[in-house]
Design a protein around this ligand. Structure first.
Ligand SMILES: CC(=O)N[C@H]1[C@@H](OP(=O)(O)OP(=O)(O)OC[C@H]2O[C@@H](n3ccc(=O)[nH]c3=O)[C@H](O)[C@@H]2O)O[C@H](CO)[C@@H](O)[C@@H]1O[C@H](C)C(=O)N[C@@H](C)C(=O)N[C@H](CCC(=O)O)C(=O)O
Length: 496
């Protein structure tokens, strides 16, 4: 829900193409799409859902005090004034934007989309800008930061009222820049319609959320909507090494220019001479005539690409190449993003990789820096894209030991999900431990000095969804707890 601090918004003025029934105009000072959140004076945004139709809840909205409805078709069964628009989700976001005082007009905004890497890139953008004394808000999967306060997120991209309120709080806190994650679902549902981006960043487009989008084509089409949000003079920033990103830009670019990033070929920003070692990656950062060696504690080529994408945003937002290079070398991984929990004598990483592509990439990267065996603990979510499960199994097959466990089985039988994963595993030693804590214990107990343990899929998450219950669980916290409680003579200490 959203309430205006700046007085009522006239829907006739804001939505000139709308038609009105029962009144020549509707003034809005509070709007919500949830009937239960309506209060006296609210306007109810009746949205067509995937499970139910908001119009069916209009009576409840009215009994809670709604005195107007925003709808995509005339409703015959009501006396409250109606504002009829062609797309009520777009109009809803635009009303929320107006009520929040159009904060994007006072911010420089980078929107980040992509199958993987959105959180890492947004967090890197913020860290680069902060390293030069700038304040940058951040909205996304792990946390929402308004320039002063941080709150834990519930969605990657919030629904319109919360999204626009968060941007508004940034401007109240004199924050002038923002990095926001834009999920494919949010783009598809027009949750941020009206947003004017300075930069549209695409980290990579592979496979995810087919349970929602149905086909890879529909998934890409949703992601492609990001370019339509770019304001005049704004630009795209593209992972040029990823065919999916190049293709997305070629098909949906809306006539905007792109800044390209590459580890492999010619591009506006480049990372060359990459060497991976146990403590991180060394590479040469190149941008126009500038070149400098960077040593980072982050692991993996994909993180170097994330750094380039963030560097491109920082440069567009005014940082000099020298400032960016200095900031890059200080960047640490965000929680649950290839986060190193233990460094010696075994390596233990927690990573959010839950797509086949991301898991395969992380397994490959860690193989390269591991002298001993790579042990991977992973599962797959229930109630979502079952086709990706054998692909996850295949992605883990490069490890020396795969321990298949529960992710968020939700309402599916955990054993069914595990069987699907096992069907894809081609060439590794496999253990099955449905209980995630058992699986992690097994991995840590099996590891000997020189080995590396990767716990994949849940990253920063603090719970497991099993049946209809949410069970408190965090991979990193469990590793730390287990190692500190294990035999006192065990010479393994978790990183701070
Ligand atoms: C699958 C999905 O995206 N669902 C979104 C969709 O829900 P829906 O179509 O099922 O809506 P519905 O339940 O049928 O209800 C239709 C309308 O009736 C209203 N209603 C319904 C019941 C009632 O009693 N009263 C009432 O007013 C609802 O508020 C809604 O406006 O439209 C709703 C209204 O906009 C969203 O709240 C809802 O997102 C929910 C919160 C959700 O969990 N979405 C997830 C899947 C999501 O977006 N995830 C991405 C993940 C990204 C990632 O993994 O990277 C994200 O951005 O977080």
């Amino acid at each position: 829900m959203i309430a205006s601090s700046a007085g009522a918004v006239s829907l006739r003025r804001l939505l000139p193409a709308a038609s009105f029934i029962g009144s020549a105009d509707i003034g809005v000072s509070h709007i919500t799409d949830r009937s239960t959140d309506c209060r006296p004076g609210s306007v109810f945004a009746a949205l067509r859902g995937r499970t139910v139709d908001g119009i069916d809840y209009l009576d409840e909205a009215i009994s809670n005090g709604a005195c107007g409805v925003l709808t995509d078709r005339p409703i015959t069964s009501t006396a409250v004034p109606q504002c009829v628009v062609s797309n009520s989700r777009i109009a809803y976001s635009e009303v929320c934007r107006a009520l929040a005082g159009r904060p994007d007009q006072r911010l420089r905004v980078a929107g980040v989309t992509g199958t993987d890497g959105k959180t890492s890139v947004c967090s890197m953008i913020r860290k680069l800008l902060e390293s030069c004394g700038q304040r940058c808000g951040q909205l996304g999967t792990v946390e929402n930061y308004d320039g002063v306060c941080t709150e834990t997120s519930t969605l990657t991209t919030d629904e319109p009222p919360k999204f626009w309120n968060s941007l508004s709080r940034m401007t109240s806190n004199r924050t002038t820049m923002a990095a926001v994650e834009l999920s494919s679902q949010a783009l598809d549902q027009y949750r941020v319609a009206g947003l004017q981006l300075d930069l549209a960043v695409v980290t990579g487009v592979t496979r995810d959320h087919l349970d929602y989008h149905g086909t890879p084509h529909a998934y890409a089409a949703a992601k492609g909507k990001i370019f339509g949000l770019v304001r005049k003079g704004g630009r795209a920033i593209i992972n040029n090494d990823d065919p999916g990103s190049r293709d997305l830009f070629a098909k949906h670019n809306c006539g905007i220019d792109a800044i390209t990033c590459s580890l492999d070929g010619p591009a506006d920003l480049r990372a060359t001479d990459l060497t991976s070692n146990k403590t991180g990656v060394r590479f040469t950062f190149q941008m126009a005539d500038f070149a400098e060696q960077i040593q980072t504690e982050l692991i993996g080529r994909h993180n170097v690409m994330n750094m380039l994408l963030a560097a491109a945003v920082a440069a567009e937002f005014g940082l000099a190449p020298e400032q960016i290079a200095a900031g890059l070398s200080k960047i640490k991984s965000p929680p649950g993003r290839l986060e190193r929990i233990v460094a010696e004598p075994i390596n233990v990483f927690v990573d959010y990789a839950h797509t086949p592509d991301a898991l395969a990439r992380v397994v490959d990267e860690l193989k390269q820096i591991t002298q001993g065996r790579l042990i991977v603990v992973f599962g797959a979510g229930g109630g979502r894209d079952a086709d990706k499960r054998p692909l996850l199994g295949q992605a883990a097959s490069n490890a020396d030991l795969a321990i298949v466990t529960n992710d968020n089985p939700r309402n599916e039988h955990p054993q069914t999900i595990i069987e699907h994963i096992l069907a894809g595993i081609t060439s590794t030693t496999v253990e099955v431990r449905p209980d995630r804590c058992d699986a992690i214990r097994l991995a840590l107990d099996a590891a000997v000095p020189g080995d590396c343990v990767l716990i994949a899929g849940k990253g920063h998450e603090t719970y497991q969804e099993i049946g209809t219950r949410q069970i408190s669980h965090n991979d990193a916290a469990f590793v730390r707890r287990y190692l500190s409680a294990r035999h006192p003579a065990t010479p393994i200490t978790a990183c701070a």
